[in-house]
Design a protein around this ligand. Sequence first.
Ligand SMILES: NC(=O)c1ccc[n+]([C@@H]2O[C@H](COP(=O)([O-])OP(=O)(O)OC[C@H]3O[C@@H](n4cnc5c(N)ncnc54)[C@H](O)[C@@H]3O)[C@@H](O)[C@H]2O)c1
Ligand SMILES: O=P(O)(O)OC[C@H](O)CO
Length: 335
Amino acid sequence: MLKHSKKIAVAGGGSWATANIKMLADNIIEKEIFWWMRNGDAAEYIRNYGHNPNYLSSVEIKIPAQNISTDLKTTIKAADFVLLNVPAAFLKEALQGVEPADLEGKYIVSAIKGIVPDENKIIAEFMHDTFRVPLQNILVISGPCHAEEVALEKLSYLTIASQNVELATEFAGMLNTRYIKTVVSDDIYGTEYGAVLKNVYAIASGICHGVGYGDNFQSVLISNAIRELERFVAVVHPIDRDIKESAYLGDLLVTAYSQFSRNRTFGNMIGKGYTVKSAQLEMNMIAEGYYAVNCLHQVNKQYQVEMPICEAVYAILYKKSSPVFEMQKLAEKLS
Ligand SMILES: NC(=O)c1ccc[n+]([C@@H]2O[C@H](COP(=O)([O-])OP(=O)(O)OC[C@H]3O[C@@H](n4cnc5c(N)ncnc54)[C@H](O)[C@@H]3O)[C@@H](O)[C@H]2O)c1
Ligand SMILES: O=P(O)(O)OC[C@H](O)CO
């Protein structure tokens, strides 16, 4: 028996939002699901045909047509849980017109793996500082899980993090299905920063592949990446955590090695000589790590953690440094 109401709004129209809609609808707990997206044509198509025309188009959308809207305030008003699923770079724009009062008493669930540009804040911090959402009302969905495998109903594990563990456990119960298993954590900072960093490491992994390094080097890169990730989260939010858990190491591995990874694909194109603009145009999807590495570069000015992989990716993407040169330089620092 759930303590809270089961009205959930999903905000975002991409692959992960579509996968989240599927798992919430496939979960057996009765609930009402609302869906906001900015693209009116896509919303109309989904209402008419029950499939997202642009992302995971094979997934059957099993929510009532009238619950799909392009008006975010109305969608938020209808729900108690607001699941944010817009890439971090566009979150501020998506929430324009939404006031702190609109979110009063709501639970905010971030499925975003990114940092809000200019603010340089992870999503929980941004929602807390800007919309006065109490941290106790904020949840994070993370873990190694590609939307494409959810569409195929391949067994996947999600981590639901919140300082309010009872709430996280309750929300996790609304995601479990035959193909989704959930783990609960109280580490929102480590979970969010871990997910942000793994996107940058996946870009590094793609760049290495693009310039011609093999599996042997790749494994050393990822072994150094998890140590870099651990160093950073230990300074930003020092608590006792096991970095080998799925939300940290697992997510890094899936993104660094999977054919479905947006960030790795983007990095591979950069390694092969594409410009940032041309690589972005080539993809209908967003590589969060591109935006995140710039934010991390700013955030780390305060913490001064040794982060050679992030710095190499930053130099390539933002200083137009040569991928071959940066990877050679990085290789000297890895162990
Ligand atoms: N795809 C996955 O498997 C997956 C898994 C876990 C977490 N995530 C996270 O989910 C979030 C959403 O990513 P996704 O993979 O669903 O995205 P996607 O790459 O599938 O889709 C791109 C999304 O960005 C939106 N978008 C593109 N340009 C925009 C603009 N100028 N203004 C506003 N919106 C714009 C599109 O409408 C679409 O919703 C990201 O933070 C990502 O890290 C994704
Ligand atoms: O692997 P990416 O770059 O597509 O990111 C998607 C998810 O974060 C994987 O858990």
